[in-house]
Design a protein around this ligand. Structure first.
Ligand code: 3H9
Length: 687
């Protein structure tokens, strides 16, 4: 018997316990153990029913994602499932933690499902660019109906046990902490009542009504078209659920298999699976051991009650950490607190918070004008203007006020943490915590380590980000850190490109079609042309602003806007662009094909990523991808700029950059690392 599975027999019930940390993924060892244990239970006369339960933090978290793309070893998950479903003894899945993907699909082949109230069940494969390929698209509709199955499988969110009970996804709730006993009692009851084996595959009561109802699927597709853009999995899930409704079970399962294979072999899914591990990899820092002590953070001070400071504060309030919010005037403080309350009230109006939750969070804020109020804070985050003198002044004052072991953080988006730290007597306790706007929504935090930041402080910054629901990516000090720096060239080259002929509309369309939510000019108009402006020389944006075109807020920028903020091509803006091109001595050559526009704007992003790696600002290429996806909404299904570059081919990218360098100068010169990898046939993200 394999070591990850054990059988104990209690009162005629065989309890199969699987113990395969960290999450009982259904890898080869677990599948072998399941096969062996179920075969043994089938052979033992004294076993009349079987309870399948897991040790550790969770029921099976799904297929072992790291096995995808490798030759499949036997027994397959299907063989194990058939063994369970077709057995003659009732099998009860006893669920705690999260029964996800293949884990929940396995539970669906058991004859009954019992779960503790804190458990969650679901089919999140869509997040990996896949569909539930082990019968999930065929069995779930048979329990909840096609419409609910579409929502659950395409949405991918785990369903809490109580809701799952209402939907029929589980059959009963166990008492928290008494799963094993309650599951055995449930098994005994089934035996005593002589209940027949329930095979989900045999049910059709929930799908009969949907047969021939094509509109159900076309309407679902149409309603969600915007959210699905670029992703392959939702369409295949729709087709698979439709097959569940229209075809007999075995044929439906065959169709599901084909649709799964198609996704499995797609770049989109490879990218999303890569991202799954990339996001978890960010927490592993080569020279900061995993057991580095984490410093306790029980209260936080935030300096600056503006949009950024307020957004940052909300993250801590959400997890019950008290925040002292500082600003220079009562008016600024009142305004900041009003905005926080309004944000919470909007959430409450959408049912995401109760009125009591709102009050609980608001009660954790202590507003103050005097920095002295921060004397007891464990962590202070400064979120004021991006001016070095102001930051240095604040840090020098803080250093005299806050307790000796407190951590001092700056939310700067491009200034040197080392220079800021240099005015304190504790540079080892200073780091950057760079949130992205809106800080209560965006999931990325760049944790910036200064030259002297000590390991405990880095580890605490990383852990804290996780605690507030963010993904932390570690960066060394350098202008713009990772995401802002890497994406910088896209904006710069876009502004140069429109002088040469392609219009803002053409550029925006090419970038939108690549997968971004909007192009660079729509983005500039949204943010405001005057937000970050180089006013030391004549610039295109300067010319637009001089003509009263500051972006959406002035109903004119690169585009004209109507009262609904809908953009229209602006002849006035095009004239200003043409005039600026003349001033720069650029002769327009007309439009460019979309792939040329993409290469011109995004290959330099890859190149900048290579420089960021070369300089050691980022520890690994996948950290850059995570930062770009979470900080700039880089399309997830491309895997981020570095993964995408590997799929395009590094030699092709270098050749194009060299061509652009000959035409436009050294801004396009390929980085040394990029050239080396291209020459040696290497890659950024493949091992
Ligand atoms: C599937 O089932 C396909 C089938 O439909 C069809 C098959 C034919 N595999 O997230 P954490 C690792 S697709 C391998 O930090 P948490 C993870 O990398 C699968 N490894 O913990 C990490 O490793 P490390 C559908 C996995 O407590 C460690 O476990 N299932 C898997 O915050 C801890 O993970 C899913 O998509 C896996 N399936 O969250 C569920 N899962 O320590 C994916 C985790 O080396 N998993 N690891 O960094 C999750 O959502 C979360 O991991 C979970 C725990 C909620 C379970």
């Amino acid at each position: 018997m394999s070591s990850v599975g054990t059988i104990t027999i209690e009162d005629g019930v065989g309890i199969i316990t699987i113990d395969s940390p960290p999450v009982n993924a259904l890898g080869i060892h677990v599948r072998r153990a399941l096969r062996d244990c179920f075969t043994a239970c089938a052979a033992k006369d004294e076993v009349k029913a079987v309870v399948l339960i897991c040790n550790g933090r969770t029921f099976f978290a799904g297929a072992d994602i790291s096995e995808f793309g490798k030759p499949l070893e036997e027994p397959t998950l299907f063989e194990v499932m058939d063994l369970i479903e077709n057995g003659v003894k009732p099998v009860i899945a006893a669920i705690h933690g999260t029964a996800l993907g293949g884990g929940y699909e396995l539970a669906l082949t058991c004859h009954y499902r019992i779960a503790v109230p804190s458990a969650k069940v679901g089919l999140p494969e869509v997040q990996l660019g896949l569909l539930p390929g082990a019968g999930g698209t065929q069995r779930l509709p048979r329990i909840v109906g096609a419409a609910a199955a579409l929502d659950i499988i395409v949405g991918g969110a785990p369903i809490p046990a109580r809701k799952a009970l209402e939907l029929g996804m589980i059959d009963c709730l166990a008492d928290e902490g008494k799963l094993r006993e309650d599951a055995v009692a449930f098994a005994r009851r089934i035996l005593a009542e002589g209940k027949p084996l329930q095979r989900v595959r045999d049910r059709h009561d929930k799908i009969d009504a949907d047969k021939g109802n094509v509109a159900l699927f076309t309407e679902f597709r149409a309603k969600n078209a915007r959210a699905f853009r670029g992703f392959k999995a939702p369409e295949n899930i729709i087709k698979a659920v439709q097959a569940a409704v229209e075809l007999p079970f075995d044929e439906g399962r065959k169709r599901e298999r084909e649709l799964f294979e198609e996704l499995h072999d797609s770049i989109e899914s490879a990218a999303q699976r890569y991202y799954f591990f990339a996001e978890r990899q960010t927490a592993k820092i080569p020279d900061v051991p995993a057991d580095t002590p984490i410093l306790p953070i029980t209260s936080v001070g935030i300096i600056g009650a503006g949009t950024m400071g307020g957004g940052i504060a909300m993250n801590f309030l959400n997890v019950g950490v008290p925040v002292t919010l500082i600003d220079t005037t009562q008016e600024a403080l009142d305004r900041g607190i009003r905005v926080i309350r309004k944000n919470y009230e909007i959430s409450a109006s959408k049912g995401r918070l109760t009125a009591a939750d709102v009050e609980k969070r608001m009660a954790l804020i202590t507003p103050a004008i005097d920095l002295g109020a921060l004397s007891d804070a464990d962590l202070v985050i400064e979120a004021v203007f991006e001016r070095m003198e102001i930051k240095k002044d604040i840090f020098a004052r803080l250093d005299r006020i806050v307790k000796r072991d407190a951590i001092l953080a700056s939310n700067t988006s491009y200034l040197s943490i080392d220079e800021i730290a240099s005015v304190t007597s504790r540079p080892e306790n200073v780091l950057g915590l760079h949130f992205f706007s809106p800080a209560n929504v965006m999931r990325l935090v760049e944790v910036v380590r200064g030259a002297k930041t000590r390991n405990e402080v880095i580890a605490t910054g990383m852990a804290l980000a996780k605690k507030i629901g963010k993904v932390a990516v570690l960066s060394r000090v350098g202008p713009g850190f990772i995401a802002n720096r890497v994406l910088g060239p896209r904006k710069d080259h876009a502004e140069d490109l429109i002088l040469e002929g392609p219009t803002p509309t053409e550029v925006d369309q090419a970038i939108y079609d690549y997968g971004f939510a909007m192009g660079p000019f729509q983005m500039l108009d949204l943010v405001g042309l005057d937000v970050i402006l180089d006013d030391t020389q004549r610039t295109l944006r300067g010319d637009l602003i001089a003509a009263g075109r500051r972006g959406q807020k002035s109903t004119a920028g690169f585009y004209d806007y109507d009262e609904n903020r809908k953009p229209k091509v602006s002849q006035a803006a095009l004239d200003i662009i043409a005039e600026f091109a003349r001033f720069k001595g650029v002769t327009p050559k007309g439009s460019l094909p979309a792939d040329e526009i993409v290469a011109r704007l995004l290959y330099p992003v890859v190149n900048e990523g290579a420089k960021v790696l070369e300089e050691g600002i980022a520890s690994r290429a996948s950290d850059i991808d995570v930062a770009c996806i979470l900080g700039y909404n880089w399309p997830l299904y491309t895997g981020g700029p570095m993964f995408w570059a590997d799929t395009v081919g590094l030699q092709k990218i270098v050749a194009k950059l060299e061509e652009l360098e000959r035409e436009h100068g050294e801004a396009f010169r390929p980085a040394k690392l990029l050239k080396e990898k291209a020459a040696s046939g290497g890659s950024f993200t493949r091992g």
